[in-house]
Design a protein around this ligand. Sequence first.
Ligand code: SER
Length: 581
Amino acid sequence: MSSEDLRKKYIEFFKGKGHTQIPSASLVPENDPTTLFISAGMQPLVPYLLGALHPAGKRLVNFQKCVRTGDIDEVGDTFHHTFFEMLGNWSLGDYFKEDSIKWSYEFLTQELDIAPERIKVSVFAGNDEAVKDEESAQIWRSLGIPEDKIMYLGKEDNWWATGITGPCGPDTEIFVDGVEIWNNVFMAFNRKADGSLEELPRKNVDTGMGLERALAVLNGSDDNYQTDLFAPIIQKITEVTAKRYSEQTKWIRRIADHTKAATFIITEGVEPSNVGRGYVLRRLLRRSMRYLHKLGAGISTISQIAQTTIDKYSLIYPELSQNNPQILAILEKEQHKFTEPINDLEIYRQDLEVAFKNQIIKKIGSIPILLSPNVASGQYVFENYQTYGVPPDLAEEIVYELGLEFDKSGLEKALNEHQHKSRTASSGMFKGGLVHHSETTTKLHTATHLLQQALRLVLGEHVSQKGSNITEERLRFDLSHPEKLTNEQIKEVENLVNQKIIENIPVTVETMNKEEALNSGARAFFAEKYGDQVTVYTIGEFSQEICGGPHVKQTGEVGSFKITKEEAVSAGVRRIYATVS
Ligand code: SER
């Protein structure tokens, strides 16, 4: 079976059970400062799992592109990826365990023709917080799953939470030939800030099936990288490196995974940098390029691998081919920037090897390359980074490849001392928490709507949103406008927003058909990204936008609004930073 067939079968099956297909959300979470990337199908749905009404209804299905950078070091085995897709179906306060389990079983055995003997399941064993999930076990038994194929596992394995607080509950996992392919979470509880559990008035089901893994299992393979989702990409890598997959499996898998993830990330408008998403992207690209170099190919071949990825996925994700020229341009720029560091990395490897064999101990300033006979110095790696720009994460990999130990704390200490906290902070975000909207981010969200309309009134109708980002501290808004805003214009915009705040206008929300919303003049950032049904936030006569929220109830709650900075982003795009207090 092909990946195209599997996606299609899954969507059609759940549509047949009354689900509405929703589009794959952008990999970059909207209005969520706490995570770098969408890492599960349910993540963009958190507001709805928490109780907001979803415009597409109570039964949803989709396939969602995901990035999990927390797994970057595991990539190389048969089933870890930084980029993958998740098939998911949801019940928002509608059906619960019985239908969910029955439909999963029906899909696997009837639609995919998986023999029942190949299926095993696990259910929650219970603890002092929540009871043993005998209900799910009973449903499995009623479907004919024998007792010895129902495992009872604890919180570690069979409990799923969206975050430290928020919806959570027991799950039942489905294994085929011993491989977990599907996770059905029964979100019956809400974890409160004090750590206690309360039962949710409206219970949800959240399921997720990894497309790559499911596809491998269906095709009788234990290697996700041998599915059609990777085949052309791996073929291209073996061509450019002139190495066989069976000989350099681990490196080839890493190149394929990282280049694919990077290609998708660039498509979202992210560019390589030293912080946040840009740093993740840079790391993926540089790792890929180093492995290509290691396998004897030029680093520029990464462009061919990215192109193969674009060609493979564009039918499903047309944004890839739409951004084809930008993707190649960014790759070329990054290749350029990496040419020197990659040579310096090679020098580091040679120096380290020589030092280890005890001939010459290289130093930078007074710092020797080795801390002790088989431990590479972290401080040296830091100096090497400061002086020559050699990326520490890749230097660290080289240490391990040579079979040495690495003084990681020495590196971290040096990095911290030099205030490279952004790097550490963003690596902390690799694992990704989930959406949390504080009072401040909610206010900033409403302020963003007021700002957009004020800009249109002051500068003209040509103004449209080019991007938006909200953190605890401030909002950032990119707009199309050909020139720098004058101080007078900035003041005027600020005054207008503050006036609307003082008027204490009610903010209302309603669900509309997309066409209807657009016709009624609602602003939409990326109209094509929304499903048929959309939520529209209206601020009196002043503003109307398609948006997922959340927003304050009355503009007065926003407080006082201030523009703190205005700058250029690119030709024809300006960026505004603003705060509320
Ligand atoms: N949220 C669950 C998971 O990521 C099910 O979708 O596995």
